[in-house]
Design a protein. Structure first.
Length: 94
């Protein structure tokens, strides 16, 4: 995985374009930096590189790769939260 210069989207989130190699082919993916950070963490926890994890996601996707990676991160975080159990309610939130 190689890094390219980041830009900021309309909502103020920092976007970063990265080059990945999947099945021997180079492809570029643009994600918010927070998603790249989480993909690195998840890949490391699984003993994989980000390229290996992205290839796994790529093999199961039905939409574009950027969306599939975001949904993978979201699903992974939801699973982690579910394993912890319900979070305590904060005062003032309904």
């Amino acid at each position: 995985m190689t890094d390219d210069a980041g830009v900021t989207d309309d909502a103020g989130a920092r976007l970063a374009k990265r080059s990945l190699t999947i099945a021997g082919h180079a492809t570029s993916v643009t994600l918010e930096q927070a998603f790249w950070d989480e993909l690195r963490r998840l890949a490391g926890a699984r003993g994989q590189s980000v390229n290996q994890l992205a290839a796994e996601v790529d093999g199961r996707r039905s939409g574009n790769l950027s969306s599939a990676l975001r949904l993978f991160v979201l699903d992974s975080l939801r699973a982690e939260l579910a394993s912890v159990g319900p979070l305590p309610r904060r005062a003032g939130l309904s």
